[in-house]
Design a protein around this ligand. Structure first.
Ligand SMILES: [Mn+2]
Length: 320
């Protein structure tokens, strides 16, 4: 039962004076929203505890909050909680193993089971939704604050594409309604997340102009280092363009292949129906059924991924 897990996690929070919260590398709004939202909830209820959020800062998401410096000695007696991170290799700051107790809270498929306690709900739209559920369940034992509501709302709209993706449920909306009862501007949060730098806007134009689509509705674009340099952009600037191909009529699934400085390719894979995380797993990645990441060593591996997408679309059409 999920409520038993809530109680178990809450008991660990009560027991520990030092709590360090991690999330995945290259964080998105849900990673930061779940991490910083949980920190805010705990710190508000237990002002005497030392609660930290660790990992690399991302300048474009500074409006969500910034990370804390934590000395390694502080891990000795600490409870470590990792949010929004399916696999151990993706946890930002490898000191997560150094605490007394480790808790995983996540919404991705549970392929890498880790932690002394593990709360994984793949039906949740986002990890931020799970943290909000946790607070709503605990009620006065871990009450929501306006700042926690703002952060968790940001995480939910980040992972759902502002309620566009099918992971958005009636439950998501009920939780969002509860968050919106608090004193923060949901509209301002939406606007912040919908605003990109000029270079990202220019890169978006390039993606929309140059993406290639085949007869099956499989689309792809390769962003080479040369293209990125043309827009003064880097790998992290490609996050906001990942969803764009889904706005083009006829595209069913797509990959945006971003050349790394090492010459390999980061593969950002998305789908509007066919399950693609199995494809991602075959290429050193994984993720959600309709939103995954992988790695390609070279152009021929990119071609393999596209061919596997073709197969996935054909299978999906048969089952429909
Ligand atoms: Mn997430």
């Amino acid at each position: 039962m999920i409520t038993e897990l809530y109680e178990e996690i809450y008991a660990k929070i009560v027991e520990n004076d030092t709590i360090i919260i991690h999330r995945h590398v290259r964080p998105d709004p849900d990673a930061l929203g779940s991490q910083l939202g949980l920190k805010e909830l705990i710190q508000n209820r237990f002002p005497e505890k030392k609660v930290f959020a660790v990992g690399a800062d991302v300048e474009s998401l500074n409006f969500m909050g910034v990370m804390d410096e934590v000395a390694s000695e502080q891990y000795e007696e600490a409870l470590v909680i990792v949010t929004d991170t399916a696999n151990r290799p993706r946890i930002d700051d490898k000191r997560y193993t150094k605490g007394q107790t480790l808790i995983k809270i996540d919404h991705h498929p549970n392929d890498d089971v880790y932690g002394d306690v593990s709360l994984v709900d793949t039906n949740a739209s986002s990890c931020s939704e799970i943290i909000a559920d946790f607070s709503v369940y605990l009620d006065n034992r871990l009450p929501l604050t306006a700042e926690a509501a703002r952060l968790l709302y940001g995480g939910i709209i980040g992972d759902t594409g502002r309620f566009l993706y099918p992971a958005t449920t009636a439950h998501t909306m009920r939780i969002v309604a509860k968050l919106m009862e608090h004193d923060f501007s949901a509209s301002e949060m939406g606007q912040l997340m919908n605003t990109n730098s000029k270079k990202v806007a220019n890169l978006s134009g390039y993606v929309l102009q140059n993406i290639e689509v085949n007869d099956l509705g499989v689309a792809h674009i390769i962003l080479t280092q040369e293209v990125l340099q043309q827009f003064d952009a880097e790998d992290s600037d490609t996050a906001p363009v990942v969803s764009l191909p889904g706005t083009i009529e006829g595209i069913i699934c797509w990959g945006i292949f971003v050349e790394q400085t090492t010459g390999t390719f980061r593969c950002r894979l998305r789908s509007k129906g066919p399950v693609i995380n199995e494809v991602a797993k075959r290429h050193g990645g994984g993720g959600h059924p309709l939103a995954s990441g992988a790695n390609a060593a070279d152009y021929s591996e990119i071609e393999e991924i596209i061919a596997e997408f073709d197969e996935a679309v054909i299978e999906w059409q048969k089952e429909k």
